[in-house]
Structure formats: structure tokens, C-alpha cells
Design a protein. Sequence first.
Length: 214
Amino acid sequence: MKDIRLDRIISDFRQLDPNDPGVWPLAPKVLALVLILAAVIAAGWWFDWKGKLEQLEQAQQEEVKLKDEWLGKKRQAVNLDEYRKQLAEMDRQFGALLKQLPNKSEMETLLIDINQAGRGRGLQFELWKPGQEAIKDFYAELPIALAITGSYHDLGQFVSDVAKLPRIVTLRDLNVAPGKDGQLKMDAFAVTYRYLDDEEVAKQKRSKAGEKKN
């Protein structure tokens, strides 16, 4: 029986028409969608969001460094104008990068955008469960567990739409399997990011200072 099923699957792949994926059998559709989603997510993470998060962290570190240098030069009254220009430029660059992260009050809008990206493609959300927020140095991560049902084409378009959102959103731990009525079911975590307000940053610094003392 297993040999017959294997022969049938191999036959399905050999008879695929690359110009008309809509008529492919279910097994090739699932495999093709998994490969496409993995490629989109990997490309979006490595070439876009991962780099932007690293830029944000580097910009923050550079900003702190320049402020320390500026204060040192201020005491010596040497090259103050040049350091002011450098500090102003760093503030501008850091602010531009930070705009890609919503604040706490804007997170609800981002979650609505993700939901609408799916519903706009005719997808059915069977699960939408925000997890525990993880606090970093100057931003926070919020994972959302998703279970979405839809067609091969619509799921692929949803992943592409999420990658194009103006805010940073990454999809992790994707799993695609056959669903009901010829549909596909995708389980994943959508990870959203927001920057911390001044009070949260101060609290984070106090917490780290307390850990160092202990």
C-alpha cells in the first residue's frame, strides 16, 4: 500500500504543469507553498527586518557614544560645533529608523493591519492569540499565534502583504498542512515590534543596574 501511495505521489509531481499551478494535486501545492513562504520569510528577515533591527541597535549605541564624546568635548570647549552637527545627524537617523517601530498606542492599529491583510485575501482566522511581550533594551516584541485557512494563492499573497507593511512584522515557525474542503491551513507566529517609551526605558535601565549589583 505504501509503495502504491509513493508511486502516486511521484506520478503527481511528474505530471505537473508549471504554467497552471491551480490544477496541481494537493501534495505538490502544499510543498510548493511551504517552499515559497519559507523563501519570502527568509528573504524578508535577512535582507530587510533583521538588518533594520540591527541598524536600530547600532544607531542607539552610536548615539550614546556620541553623546558621551560630546559631553567630554563640551567640558574641554573644543570642536563643539562639529560635535553638535554629528549628534544632530545621529538623532535624525535614529529617529527615522525608530519611526518604523510603533509606540504602545499604535500597536492596536498594526494588529488591525495584519488582520485586514488576511481578511482582504479571503482568509479565515481560526486562531489569533497574542502572547507574552518580551522587553528588550529599547523595544519590545509581541508574538501572536496564528492559525489561518485559505487557498494556496491567498496564503502566499498574505505573507507577501505582511512583508510589505510599513511597520516591522516577522512570521516565524510556519507550518502548512491540508485543511478542510481542499483548503490549506497555516500555523505561524507573527512577531510585532514597538519601541519603549521614556518611562519603560528608564525602568529597564534600573532593572539592569539592579541585576549588576546582585
